[in-house]
Write a protein that binds this ligand. Structure first.
Ligand SMILES: [Zn+2]
Length: 292
C-alpha cells in the first residue's frame, strides 16, 4: 500500500500469482492503514484485511466490511489483551475484543489455549482448508522485546538463499505426514472438542447471538455496566437481579411465558447454549432479542 507522505512502514499483502485476487480500498479517514484483498479459492471467496495502526491513530475497525462468512483480519493493532497473550488488557485491547466478539470473529492466538468451544469452527475451517492447501498462520508480537526475532528473520533469509537439499521425501508426502501428526496432537490437546456442535448449522446472524450468549459479551445491563461502565446499575428491569444471560434464560419473570413456550420442561443452560439445533435456535430467535 503506497503511503502518500511517508517513506517507510505501511502494510503489504502478497498473493501468489495463481490465486485469483482483487484488491480494494478501505477509507479510514487517514487513521489506521488498511489494505484489503478478495481472493478466490475453489469457488470460495475469502476477504483478507491487513491493518496497521500507529499509537496516535484510531483503530478504524468499523471501516472494514467483514460481513461475509470468510473473513480474515491480520495486522498490527498496537493493542494488548489477555485474550492474545498479554498479562493485561488496555483500552485498545478492549476495543478490539468487543469488535471481535460483536462480529463473531475468532482470535487465532487463542487457538493455542483453546478451552473456548467457539473457536471450533475456525479450527474446523482451517483443518478442512489444509486438506487442499498449505496454510501457515503466524502471530508475530511486535514491540514486545521478543528475543531472537530479528536474528531468526536474518537466518531465515540466509537459509532461503542457500542451495536446497534434494530430499527423497516428496513435498506432498512430507505434508501428509506433518498434517496427520498435527491432527493427532491437536485431538489429544483438545479432548473436549465438540465435533458436532449444532452452532455450525445456525445462520450467521444466529451464530452471532449464540456467541454473545456464550461469552457474556452482549448488550445486557450486567455486561454494559460492569465491563463498559454504561448505565447506572447492572439490574434487570424486573428488579429481581442482575441482568445476566443466566437471569434472562432461566429466571427473569418478564420472560417466563416465553420460556415456557420455548422450553415446556426445565432445561439447563448448557442445553440452551450448547444443545440441539432446536434449542440453540430457540435461545436466539426469541430470547435473543436483547442480545442483538
Ligand atoms: Zn429480569
Amino acid at each position: 500500500m503506497d503511503r502518500e507522505r511517508a517513506h517507510k512502514g505501511g502494510v503489504l499483502l502478497l498473493v501468489r500469482n495463481s490465486i485469483p485476487a482483487k484488491d480494494f480500498q478501505v477509507d479510514t479517514k487517514e487513521q489506521s492503514e488498511i489494505q484489503a484483498v478478495k481472493i478466490t479459492v475453489e469457488d470460495t471467496e475469502i476477504t483478507i484485511h491487513n491493518l496497521y495502526c500507529p499509537q496516535d491513530k484510531e483503530l478504524s475497525l468499523h471501516c472494514m466490511d467483514i460481513a461475509s462468512e470468510n473473513s480474515i483480519v491480520v495486522g498490527d493493532f498496537n493493542s494488548h489483551s489477555t485474550c492474545w497473550g498479554y498479562d493485561h488488557t488496555d483500552r485498545r485491547g478492549d476495543e478490539v475484543e468487543d469488535w471481535q466478539i460483536d462480529n463473531a470473529l475468532s482470535v487465532l492466538q487463542a487457538l493455542k489455549s483453546s478451552k473456548n468451544k467457539d473457536l471450533n469452527d475456525l479450527t474446523s475451517a482451517l483443518t478442512s482448508l489444509s486438506q487442499t492447501h498449505t496454510i501457515a498462520l503466524q502471530w508475530i508480537p511486535s514491540h514486545c522485546n521478543v528475543f531472537g526475532n530479528e536474528t531468526a528473520d536474518l537466518l531465515a533469509k540466509k537459509a532461503a538463499a542457500l542451495q536446497q537439499n534434494d530430499y527423497t521425501t516428496t513435498y506432498s508426502e512430507a505434508k501428509t505426514i506433518i498434517h496427520a501428526q498435527q491432527h493427532e496432537e491437536w485431538l489429544q490437546e483438545h479432548p473436549n472438542h465438540v465435533q458436532n456442535d449444532a452452532y455450525h448449522a445456525l445462520t450467521r446472524a444466529e451464530q452471532v447471538v449464540i456467541f454473545r450468549l456464550r461469552t457474556g459479551h452482549n448488550r445486557l445491563n450486567h455486561h454494559l455496566y460492569t465491563k463498559l461502565h454504561i448505565g447506572t446499575s447492572d439490574q434487570c428491569t424486573c428488579q429481581t437481579g442482575g441482568q445476566t444471560v443466566i437471569h434472562v434464560l432461566q429466571h427473569c419473570p418478564m420472560y417466563e411465558n416465553l420460556r415456557n413456550l420455548m422450553w415446556p420442561q426445565d432445561t439447563p443452560m448448557a442445553q440452551k447454549l450448547y444443545g440441539s439445533l432446536d434449542s440453540q435456535q430457540h435461545s436466539c430467535q426469541r430470547l435473543g432479542c436483547p442480545f442483538e
